[in-house]
Design a protein around this ligand. Sequence first.
Ligand code: NAD
Length: 565
Amino acid sequence: GVSEDATPRPAVRAPRGAARTAKSWGAEAAKRMLMNNLDPEVAEHPEDLVVYGGTGRAARSWEAYDAIVRTLDELEPDETLLVQSGKPVGVFRTHEWAPRVLIANSNLVGDWATWPEFRRLEHLGLTMYGQMTAGSWIYIGTQGILQGTYETFAAVARSLRERRGGRDDLAGTLTLTAGAGGMGGAQPLAVTMNGGAVLLVDVDASRLRRRVEHGYLDEVAPDLDAAVARASAAREAGEAMSVGVVGNAAQVFPELLRRHTAGAVHIDIVTDQTSAHDPLAYLPIGVSVNEWKDAAASDPEAFTARARASMAAHVAAMVGFQDAGAAVFDYGNSIRREAELGGCARAFAFPGFVPAYIRPLFAEGRGPFRWVALSGDPEDIAKTDRAVAELFPEDAALRRWLDKAGEKVHFEGLPARICWLGYQERHLAGLRFNEMVASGELAGPIVIGRDHLDAGSVASPYRETEAMADGSDAIADWPLLNALLNTASGATWVSIHHGGGVGIGRSIHAGQVTVADGTALAAEKLERVLTNDPGTGVMRHVDAGYERAREVARERGLTVPMMDA
Ligand code: NAD
């Protein structure tokens, strides 16, 4: 499994600038992005190679990491490195259009796809958990999820518009959530960017402090009473403000439901982003943060049972909030299923966020487009921000996001940006960035990728493909076709993962990253990849019967052979 080096390793930090040691920008970019994933500014637990999301790793061991870095530096521009669950396993002669790296992480044959079997194999050193962008080297710190979370809360606000007399922001509402980790830590800022007040619960004080340091959380209250008083005052005043409190959500949520029912506090929106997808990464009631690691390792089955029982109490309170009229949704961490396994019969009473808020965007191929400046120069991101705003002048929400992100987002690791763009939009941005690299306007190449949580790249019945119109939730051919097509279209690295944000047995998903190095060849690749990749999202939603996807396919010229059959 994970190596236990005797001496602590120096912190990893990706090289910056326009000079490279690898033989192509493709290999150099993969190397820098692997390193960037493990930069202490970016990774949650870099010493264990854990980037985010429970145990999502960038490489299987430090030996494997060193071998990947060495191999990428030696890789010829017509060779491809294969990575099997974080370990470099082969180099093959391909061609210049082929990806420099092909990655498969955490995949198991169906009947073997359980957490105990996965952990057994991980313990033997045969696999690792890749999450979504950890093992595929395109995690960009908390900002990555900030945009998706901002979009989600903006959609929640729109869904409440009628109830709230036409207001389409969150001013005057209070959101309750838990989980201040790599992903969950984006929630308070996403809510305040939408104008709302938010109370964030985490068992680990250090996580809350880190979010305050990075400007994602305004303050941490000394106790629950103080947190409730502060959050309620902000709600009353229509103030955008976030407060954290240390506590176990399985206890704090039921307590707040009691206070809400008694009229002592009013909570409008409830969700959760603890690492519930992995029961060992969810702290049960009665276990302290200090005992956590040992308790989980010494008896994982017993720990799992306790975690699920606590999740049942946590989710029962969320259902209670829904019964009391709040807008409640699962934010993509499988907590409903884990709570159901823990004995909460009504766990699925509230929806997942994708069918509730995101699917209409997926039908247009819209999803989390992201890019990173390999120069390390924040000015490159400021320039690309302006270029994107100019490319889509009619998109007011995009403009608002870019303005707020430019002002509020603190870069972690290499400077990066994310915004949601759709089919026939993303390639325009990619080509523009490539021109800016070619002309010298930018100080170095730009890496362009996305989350695996995208329109056409994931099969995940508790999240992205929950409640598909045709019942095709668990069909996993789609992400495999997405990965194959991106490979055939010129992506720089392509990955196929299992598990991701919802856990072993529950999802199959794919990623792509393509480098804009300013060459004519890069432009050709970018045009194809950034058209085809979101195109698979439109295709997938056409096939499932979504009318908006059919319109988009017709309007924007996507060929789907049996669309009108
Ligand atoms: P993380 O492991 O970095 O952080 C999880 C946090 O939950 C930690 O701070 C931990 O202390 C806290 N926690 C655990 N048990 C708790 C409890 N009982 N009460 C209160 N706090 C508790 O994970 P992350 O990267 O922030 O991801 C969180 C979850 O969101 C994961 O399940 C992940 O797979 C999922 N996820 C969702 C999306 C999405 O788009 N919605 C995207 C990525 C990941």
